[in-house]
Design a binder for this molecule. Structure first.
Ligand code: 5AD
Ligand code: SF4
Length: 418
C-alpha cells in the first residue's frame, strides 16, 4: 500500500509550523512518515514564494518526485498564489486551509462531494519538531502590503487565533515539559483577540501567557517597527518569561526607499524605537531583515542602511538581495541594480554586522548565562545567542548555566557550571 510521505519545507517558521500540522493529519490518517525523500510515495513540498530562489528549489523538488514516479504534492505560499502554474509540476496543489481534507484528496477518495467545510487548520495539534521548543502561531496573514512582498497575497489577510486556543496549546506544551515557545505571526504586534469580553492586544496576550504556571521562556517573531509600542517594550520588561530578543526588520535605512517599500516609518523613527528598546531592555539582542538593491536604490541611499547598522549595532541580520515577485507592487518597478552590486552591498553590511555582533558578544565574557540546550554541545541564551560547550552528559532540552569563556561574532563558547 502506498502510504509513505516525506515533507520538504521551505521558508519561514510559519511554514515549519504548518508542516508540523500536516504531519499530524497524515499520521492520524494512517500515513507513515519517512526520513528520506527517496523512500516516500508522497513527496510534499511546503513552498515559499518570498524569493525566486526558494521557489525554484521547490519546483525542482517536485520535478524530481514526478521523475521518480512519486506523487508530487505542493502546498504553501507559492502553491496558493499560483495554483495553475504549479499544476504543471505537481499532482496535487493543496491549500493548508483545507488540511482536514488532504488524506481523502490525495488518496483520491471522492468524499469531497459531501464537503464538510474547512475546520480552522490551526486547531490540529502539531507534531512538534522538538520536545523542548515549540512554535505557536498566534496569527496568520498580513495586511501591510509592503511593495516587494507576496505574503499578503499568498497567506491572505490577518487573522488572529483565539486567546483560548493559544492558551490551551501553550498549557499543553508546558505540561509536556517544553522549555521555550516562540509565538509566531507575520506581524505579531497587530494581534487582536478577545478574552472574558475584553479586547486583547499583543502586550495583553504576552502577559496572559507569561502568567501561565511553569518554567518556560517566551520568544516571539515578527515585529513590524510601525506597530511596536512602548507598551509592548514595558510589557516585555515586566514579564519575566519573555526573553529579551527582538527581531525588528528594518528592510532599509533610507527614507525614500522605505517609502517606496511602503514600510510606513522613517530611519529616525526606527532609531527612536531602538533607543527605547535599549533604554528599557539594556541587555536586549536585536536582529533585522534587510533587502539590498531595491529598485532604484542608489549607492548613497544604500549608505543610509550602513549608517543604520552602525547606529543600531545589530546582533544578527538576515540579508536578502531584492527579488522581483510577480503580483507585488514593486514588480512593476525596474529591477535595475545588478546582481553583482547587490552582492557587494550584502557583503558590505555583513562586514559591519560581523563587527557589531562580535563587540556585543564580548560583553558576555566572564558572565554566567542560562542556555537552553538544542544539540549535544550547543545551546541558546534567552537573547537567542548560540553557545558551544563541552559535556559528556545528554543535556538536550534542558536549561543549564554556562560561563562564557570565548566570544566570536556568530557564536559564544562556555563552560557548564554546576
Ligand atoms: N526580495 C527579497 N527579499 C524579500 N523579502 C520579502 N520579500 C522579498 C523580496 N521580494 C525578505 C524581507 C522579509 C523577509 C522574510 O524576506 O526582508 O522581512
Ligand atoms: Fe510582507 Fe510587509 Fe507583511 Fe512582512 S509586514 S509579511 S514584509 S507585507
Amino acid at each position: 500500500m502506498k502510504n509513505k510521505f516525506f515533507i520538504k519545507t521551505f521558508g519561514c517558521q510559519m511554514n515549519i509550523s504548518d508542516s508540523e500540522r500536516i504531519e499530524t493529519v497524515l499520521l492520524s490518517a494512517k500515513f507513515k512518515k519517512v526520513n528520506s525523500e527517496n523512500l516516500a510515495d508522497f513527496v510534499i513540498v511546503n513552498s515559499c514564494s518570498v524569493r525566486q530562489a526558494a521557489e525554484n528549489r521547490a519546483i525542482s523538488t517536485l520535478k524530481n518526485a514526478k521523475k521518480n514516479k512519486q506523487v508530487a504534492i505542493v502546498t504553501g505560499c507559492s502553491a496558493v498564489k499560483e495554483k495553475l502554474r504549479f499544476k504543471n509540476f505537481a499532482d496535487f496543489v493543496l491549500d493548508i486551509k483545507d488540511l482536514q481534507k488532504w488524506p481523502d484528496i490525495i488518496l483520491n477518495k471522492n468524499t469531497l462531494q459531501q464537503d464538510l467545510g474547512s475546520l480552522n487548520y490551526l486547531k490540529f495539534q502539531p507534531k512538534y519538531q522538538t520536545k523542548f521548543h515549540a512554535y505557536v502561531p498566534i496569527m496568520t496573514g498580513c495586511n501591510n502590503f509592503c511593495s516587494y512582498c507576496v505574503v499578503p497575497y499568498s497567506r491572505g489577510r490577518e487573522v488572529s487565533r483565539s486567546v483560548k486556543e493559544i492558551i490551551k496549546e501553550v498549557k499543553s506544551l508546558i505540561k509536556q515539559g517544553y522549555k521555550a515557545i516562540t509565538l509566531l505571526g507575520q506581524n505579531v504586534n497587530s494581534y487582536s483577540g478577545k478574552f472574558n469580553n475584553q479586547k486583547i492586544d499583543f502586550p495583553a496576550l504576552l502577559k496572559i501567557i507569561n502568567d501561565i504556571d511553569g518554567d518556560f521562556w517566551i520568544w516571539f517573531v515578527t515585529s513590524h517597527p510601525k506597530d511596536m509600542s512602548l507598551k509592548l517594550i514595558k510589557t516585555i520588561k515586566n514579564c519575566k518569561r519573555v526573553c529579551h530578543y527582538i527581531h525588528l526588520p528594518a528592510q532599509a535605512g533610507n527614507d525614500v526607499i522605505l517609502k517606496k517599500m511602503n514600510r510606513k516609518y522613517t530611519h529616525a523613527k526606527y532609531l527612536k524605537l531602538v533607543k527605547s528598546i535599549k533604554k528599557y531592555l539594556p541587555d536586549a539582542c536585536l536582529s533585522t531583515d534587510i533587502i539590498v538593491g531595491f529598485p532604484g536604490e542608489t549607492k548613497k541611499q544604500f549608505l543610509d542602511t550602513c549608517k543604520l547598522f552602525k547606529e543600531v549595532k545589530y546582533d544578527m541580520a538576515f540579508l536578502a538581495k531584492y527579488s522581483p515577485r510577480p503580483g507585488t507592487i514593486s514588480f512593476k518597478m525596474k529591477d535595475d541594480i545588478l546582481q553583482d552590486e547587490k552582492k557587494r552591498r550584502e557583503n558590505f553590511l555583513n562586514d559591519i554586522l560581523r563587527k557589531t555582533a562580535l563587540k556585543n558578544n564580548k560583553k558576555y565574557l566572564g558572565k554566567t548565562c542560562e542556555i537552553l540546550v538544542e544539540k549535544k554541545d550547543i545551546g541558546r541564551t534567552r537573547t537567542f545567542k548560540l553557545v558551544k560547550f563541552n559535556s559528556d552528559k545528554d543535556l538536550i532540552g534542558k536549561i543549564v548555566n554556562v560561563k562564557i569563556t570565548k566570544a566570536m561574532a556568530w557564536i559564544l563558547q562556555g563552560e557548564i557550571k554546576n
